[in-house]
Design a protein around this ligand. Structure first.
Ligand code: SAH
Length: 454
């Protein structure tokens, strides 16, 4: 161990920062957040420093470094752009046994500053001992992505609940189970962040009251259209906390690889030759898994509320009082449009966009007259087999035969395939494609020739 990790309390303690530029500014921000009595010495100060001084947040010491500045200091940071000056500050601090950090020469300093993930009061510090700051930063970014934003508020609440937990639960195992549920509760974290105290109290009470083993919940998570990078941060956090992940065909392999290793995975999609698991059976499965106390993630392609039957699944859970939440995803239309260079709206071409199901019969009457109107973009989901009917109806309702159309298959993935044509050629074009594919109809399609990038 080259460095001893330590968190120190700086509230009201005098600290010296030498330097008045950008780098010093970043250090100053942290020291101020920690409540230090900050003195900043430099030849010149940025406007931000001047402002902080005017607001009484810190004291400025104009001029070249003087040893007297070190008087009474607990910590020194040298952050000028002059190595010789930084070194001089470091040497002077060393003589007086004051810990000192040097910005550009961390290994010569008596103190180094870690990369931090701040979910106060929870604080994570990462350091490579000054050897690989980029690695430390990368790690920090990973942790940043993994940890819910509101974790700090949970930690604060946890502090105030400790004695109640001790009184309520006799065994260590019960207490641990309680805390695991507590910290995994995204609903609770979100409620705290919203400042909704009565509801937060209620959630906490249910955690205490209900038998712990029965506190299951379901999170409906949108996995996006394919590219794992399009999963939301919250979606990632959910699949990394899940006990069970129930997923279907449209959830891509790279996203499944992000699921917590020891989570159970249940596939409910259509496999070659087999039929889909009926919706009622999926609803039942989610219910049973949650009732057995598990944290269930129902992972769906795209956005769960867009042609995803997410609503139907939640209705069943609501009827049985199973707590649930929803994490939206990037829907196929957004993903495919972006990755094929077709803006869904454009001031010159389309003022609105419609997402339409291609399962024409199953979803009641379609108002073709409205769909055929000008200055809008149509995106058909699940539309390949009905392409001839879509073409026929749009033409019959007056849409221009030369209107550009595009079909996007496996959008956002390395297998993405995009072809364009005109409305009269749509049904012919559709024959060359396989599911999952989207049909985009409208003048915006013509922009692709200029805007394709993927
Ligand atoms: N909830 C999903 C849609 C489910 S319906 C969402 O919001 O995206 C399934 C249809 O979505 C497919 O038939 C196809 O039309 C479309 N789709 C989903 N992923 C796609 C992809 N990567 N590329 C093209 N179309 C896709």
């Amino acid at each position: 161990m080259d460095y001893f990790p330590l968190f120190c309390r700086l509230q009201g303690k005098r600290c010296l920062l030498v330097g008045g530029g950008d780098v010093a500014e970043r250090k100053a921000r942290l020291l101020l957040e920690a409540g230090a009595d900050l003195h900043v010495g430099a030849l010149d100060f940025s406007a931000v420093f001047q402002q902080w001084a005017e607001q009484g947040k810190l004291r400025l010491l104009p001029g070249s470094f003087e040893e007297s500045w070190l008087e009474g200091c607990w910590l020194v940071i040298a952050a000028t752009d002059d190595d010789a000056v930084n070194q001089k500050v470091g040497d002077a601090a060393e003589l007086r046994r004051i810990f000192c950090n040097l910005v550009d020469a961390p290994q010569e300093a008596s103190a180094i500053m870690p990369s931090i993930v701040d979910r106060s009061p929870l604080m994570i510090a990462v350091s490579s001992g000054g050897r690989a700051p980029v690695l430390a930063r990368l790690l920090r970014e990973k942790l940043e992505a993994m940890l819910p934003q509101h974790l700090g508020q949970l930690a604060t609440l946890a502090g105030s609940l400790r004695s109640r937990v001790k009184k309520t639960f006799a065994s260590m195992a019960q207490r641990r189970a309680f805390w695991e549920r507590f910290f995994a509760s995204d609903r609770l974290a979100q409620t705290l962040a919203n400042g909704d105290q009565p509801r937060a109290d209620h959630i906490v009470d249910t955690l205490f009251d209900a038998p712990l083993s029965l506190q299951g919940e379901v999170v409906l998570v949108g996995a996006g259209p394919g590219d794992a990078g399009l999963l939301t941060l919250k979606g990632l956090q959910c699949i990394q906390q899940a006990d069970v992940v129930v997923y279907d065909r449209l959830v891509s392999e790279p996203i499944l690889n992000l699921v917590r290793r020891d989570a159970e995975r249940i596939f409910v999609g259509k496999q070659a030759g087999n039929h889909c698991v009926p919706q009622s059976q999926i609803n039942q499965l989610l219910l049973e898994q949650a009732q057995s106390g598990k944290r269930v993630v129902r992972l769906k392609g795209g956005d769960p509320f867009i042609f995803g039957r997410g609503g139907e699944e939640l209705e069943v859970l609501a009827q049985h009082n199973i707590p649930f939440s929803v994490v939206p995803g990037i829907t196929a239309a957004s993903g495919c449009a972006a990755y094929s260079g077709i803006p869904l709206t454009h001031r010159d071409h389309a003022q609105s966009v419609r997402f339409v199901t291609g399962h024409l019969q199953q979803h009641g009457e379609i108002e073709w007259g409205k769909l055929a109107a000008e200055q809008q973009t149509l995106v058909f989901y699940m539309g390949l087999t009905q392409a001839p009917e879509i073409q026929r109806q749009l033409l019959q309702h007056g849409m221009n035969a030369e209107t550009p159309v595009a079909i996007v298959q496996n959008g956002t993935t390395p297998q993405q395939r995009v072809e364009t044509a005109t409305l009269v050629e749509l049904s012919q074009l559709a024959q060359q494609f396989a599911s999952p594919a989207l049909i985009i109809v409208g003048d915006v399609v013509s922009l692709r020739s200029q805007l394709r990038w993927f």
